[in-house]
Design a protein around this ligand. Structure first.
Ligand code: SF4
Length: 202
C-alpha cells in the first residue's frame, strides 16, 4: 500500500503528461532559485537613501555574499532600487531606465517618500506614490532605511522569487500598461518612452 505523502513512481512513469509537468516545475524551481541568487542591481541612486547604498554594497555590509552585485547599465540589470523621493525630472529617468531593463526585472523602493511622498507629500514637483508609475516588488520603509533594512528587503524579495510567492511587477506592468502609461502621461506629457532626441532632455 502506498503511504501518504510518498510519490508513486510507477504512476509517474505511466503518466507522461504528469512526468513532464513535474520536470517542468522542478526546472522552474531551479531557475527561480538561481535567479534569486544572482541579482544584478543598477548602480543608480535618487534621494537621500542613495547614501545607504555604498555601505550596503561594500565591505561593511557586503551584500555580495547574498548574490547581489552592482552593474553599470540598465540592459544588464535585474533590479532597480529607487532609493528615495522622485522629482518629475527624476521620474522620467527612472521610467527610462526601467523600460531599458530586460525581463525578468524587479523594483525595490526605499523610504517613506516612495510609499506616500514622505516629507515631500505637498511638493509641487515630486511624486507621491511610486507604484502609480512603475510597479514596485518590495518596499523598504523608514526615513532613511539603514543598510540592514535594505538587506532584509533583498532577502524577502529573494524569497518571493524563489518560491514564486508574488506576481512579479514586470508582469503587472505589461498587463496594466495603460494604467501606468496614463499616470505617467498625466505628469510627464508624451515624452515618456526611451527617446534619444535632443528635445527629450529637459
Ligand atoms: S524617505 Fe526620508 S531619507 Fe528617504 S528620500 Fe525621503 S526624506 Fe530622504
Amino acid at each position: 500500500m502506498q503511504e501518504e505523502g510518498f510519490i508513486d513512481y510507477q504512476k509517474v512513469l505511466n503518466n507522461e503528461e504528469h512526468a513532464i509537468k513535474s520536470t517542468q516545475s522542478v526546472i522552474e524551481k531551479a531557475i527561480d532559485w538561481f535567479r534569486s541568487k544572482s541579482m544584478f542591481v543598477l548602480a543608480y541612486g535618487t534621494g537621500c537613501g542613495a547614501i545607504e547604498m555604498p555601505p550596503t554594497f561594500t565591505s561593511r555590509y557586503d551584500i555580495e555574499r547574498l548574490g547581489v552585485v552592482g552593474v553599470a547599465t540598465p540592459r544588464q540589470a535585474d533590479i532597480l532600487i529607487v532609493s528615495g523621493y522622485c522629482s518629475y525630472k527624476t521620474l522620467k529617468r527612472v521610467i527610462r531606465s526601467y523600460e531599458q531593463m530586460n525581463e525578468p526585472k524587479y523594483v525595490i523602493a526605499l523610504g517613506s517618500c516612495t510609499i506616500n511622498g514622505g516629507m515631500y507629500w505637498d511638493s509641487y514637483n515630486t511624486i507621491k506614490r511610486l507604484e502609480d508609475y512603475i510597479p514596485v516588488d518590495m518596499f523598504v520603509n523608514g526615513c532613511m532605511p539603514r543598510p540592514d533594512a535594505l538587506i532584509e528587503g533583498f532577502v524577502k524579495l529573494q524569497d518571493n522569487i524563489k518560491n514564486a510567492k508574488k506576481e512579479a511587477g514586470y508582469i503587472k506592468y505589461n498587463r496594466d500598461r495603460e494604467f501606468y502609461k496614463s499616470n505617467q502621461r498625466k505628469i510627464l506629457g508624451d515624452n515618456i518612452e526611451p527617446r534619444y532626441e535632443a528635445d527629450f532632455l529637459l
